[in-house]
Design a protein around this ligand. Structure first.
Ligand code: UDP
Length: 409
């Protein structure tokens, strides 16, 4: 079981200055009816990536509200995570021919996790495809099992989806980040926006002095324009596309590029992508490629705050929490119109959407030339996040779902 990191001891009352006090009271009122009820969250990595990021805060907040949550992470060998990464890409529509052996490896690893973990909670939430087959570990007449899908399933690889779908159909419900991401299923489906915690080290206010200190530690000049993409080194995040866009901008405007990311234990491709990015960057001293360790929340916070513009040039995306984080920091964002990004970046209102390297470069130049607009987009983005994408809203949705499930049976 994961011990959630709590670098800052945050309690619900600390959110009052950010939200309305009434919202916190509403959460407490909802949670009262679930006091002492057990919740188990299961995913495939404890660090790196958006799901770990959310669970890290969801668990302590549920606990403070009187529920009894726990978080388990499945384990597996390199072969398992290579297959699940291929499945992940294939579900996002990347061409892939699954072999019978892939499915056997997937099921063998699921079985090992079934034996290792205990499933006795009243509400079990399984996150994403990697642990989806654990539904077969559900004890007879047990509690409620929900599948939380964080990825866009609208155009999946047929072979992979045909294999996974029967498992999904055994759940009591499925949660998707957007209605467009879902599939025809015989079970109820609910929309759950992902979220950020405004009080975590990743997002809380930090002193200008700290921001400057972090940026300078990485050799970045805080006085010059900084373009930043924070992402795992993953081809679908298109770091090389970001580099190409920067190279176009650089012909006209002085700027530095920061490509900062780390790896996730369930993503074996990171090293190869990082090497490709380094090679593509050559020896441009204004390109800063930062391979960050998992414990870099404050550094990422500072890098986002120091940025003139934040880019998210994903080719495919689940939701894109890095966009949420940047908007919360009132940053102008230039991002691809894929996955959950358009729910966050409303074109010309909370940021600018793009569809290509050239388009990304164009919008960056447009914002550099229009700082007042850039500022307004950032401020509107901040309000949009406050309204829809904060952890407290996510907790409220889970509480409502659990109450609904418990009432149904
Ligand atoms: N992240 C991080 N370290 C990194 C790269 C990313 O902590 O080196 C965080 C990032 O700040 C965000 C999450 O991981 O909170 C990424 O979530 P997102 O939804 O953007 O993408 P995913 O990695 O889940 O595809």
């Amino acid at each position: 079981m994961i011990a959630t990191t709590a670098p800052h001891l945050v309690c619900l009352d600390d959110y009052v200055p950010i939200l309305r006090a009434q919202e916190i009271d509403d959460l407490r009122a909802l949670a009262k009816r679930l006091a002492g009820r057990s919740v188990q969250m299961v995913n495939s990595t404890a660090v790196g990536g958006g799901v770990a990021e959310i669970l890290n805060r969801l668990i302590p907040l549920m606990s403070e509200l009187g529920l009894v949550p726990r978080w388990d992470v499945i384990t597996g060998g390199a072969d398992f995570f290579e297959i699940t990464k291929a499945f992940h890409n294939a579900l996002h529509g990347v061409p892939f021919e699954p072999r019978p052996h892939d499915f056997e490896t997937f099921l063998a690893c699921t079985e090992q996790n079934r034996q290792r973990l205990q499933f006795d909670a009243e509400f079990t939430v399984i996150h994403d495809p990697q642990p989806v087959a654990l539904i077969d570990a559900r004890p007879p007449r047990s509690g409620h099992w929900i599948w939380r899908c964080h990825i866009d399933l609208s155009r999946p690889n047929e072979g992979v989806w045909e294999f996974l779908r029967p498992f999904v159909c055994k759940y009591d419900g499925a949660l998707f980040s957007s209605p467009e991401f879902s599939q025809q299923l015989p079970i109820p489906q609910y929309q759950f926006f992902p979220c950020i915690d405004p009080l975590s080290d990743k997002n809380r206010e930090v002193e200008d002095e700290t921001v400057r200190e972090v940026v300078e530690r990485f050799g970045i000049d805080p006085k010059r324009t900084i373009l930043t993409q924070i992402s795992r080194f993953d081809r679908l995040k298109d770091p090389i596309g970001v580099l190409r866009a920067y190279q176009i901008v650089k012909r006209y405007d002085d700027c530095q590029l920061v490509l900062a990311g780390g790896s996730a234990s369930d993503d074996p491709e990171g090293g190869a992508v990082l090497a490709d990015v380094r090679e593509a960057a050559g020896n441009d001293p204004d390109v800063h490629i930062l391979d960050l360790p998992p414990s870099s929340a404050l550094e990422i916070n500072a890098l986002q705050r120091a940025s003139t513009i934040v880019i998210q040039k994903s080719l495919r995306e689940g939701f894109g929490l890095t966009v949420t984080e940047a908007l919360w920091k009132k940053k102008p964002v230039v991002a691809s119109a894929v996955g959950g990004i358009p729910a966050q970046v409303i074109h010309k209102h909370t940021g600018l959407l793009t569809h290509s390297v050239e388009g990304t470069a164009y919008q960056i130049r447009f914002l550099l030339a229009n700082p007042a607009l850039a500022q307004r987009l950032g401020e509107q983005g901040h309000e949009h996040v406050r309204e829809h994408f904060l952890i407290t809203s996510n907790v409220r949705r889970y509480l409502a779902l659990f109450l609904f499930q418990a009432r149904e049976n």
